[in-house]
Design a protein around this ligand. Structure first.
Ligand SMILES: [Fe+2]
Length: 138
């Protein structure tokens, strides 16, 4: 079981797409680890990855939005902030309770929900806007 990169996730913006692909790798790593019964070990790596990802990827995306004067910047940024809170809460739980099956499920659910809702929805709209602006500039 796992995720494959598919065209519905493709925004057409190179930086955004390559960072989203890293997220797919991370979600597949934790899926595979769960299949081996190692989910509680892998979750430490997953949360390490996510903590770096929410800083780098969101700031890259937000800079792109500013660069292109994206009209839905504030709305989009609010979703990034919500995901950051989720990741930080899960990290806090890991520190307080240690790795457990419930937390592994929460992390998996959180990333897949993000892929299906934010990346396929909000990021796709952002990319469509950027591509339209880029075409008009030519
Ligand atoms: Fe985004």
């Amino acid at each position: 079981m796992g995720y494959e990169w598919d065209p519905s996730l493709e925004t057409g913006h190179e930086t955004i797409d390559s960072q989203h692909k890293q997220l797919i790798v991370a979600v597949n790593n934790i899926f595979d680890a769960c299949c081996r019964g190692d989910g509680d070990v892998e979750i430490i790596n997953t949360l390490d990855f996510l903590n770096a990802y929410i800083v780098k990827h969101f700031s890259d995306e937000e800079n792109i939005m500013l660069e292109y004067s994206y009209p839905d910047y504030e709305y989009h940024r609010r979703y990034h902030e919500m995901f950051k809170v989720d990741v930080r809460n899960m990290t806090k739980k890991l520190k307080q309770e240690g790795a457990n099956e419930l937390l592994v499920e929460e992390v998996l659910h959180s990333i897949t929900d993000w892929l299906l809702n934010h990346i396929k929805g909000d990021d796709f709209r952002l990319a469509t806007y950027i591509l339209a602006v880029a075409v008009n500039k030519k």
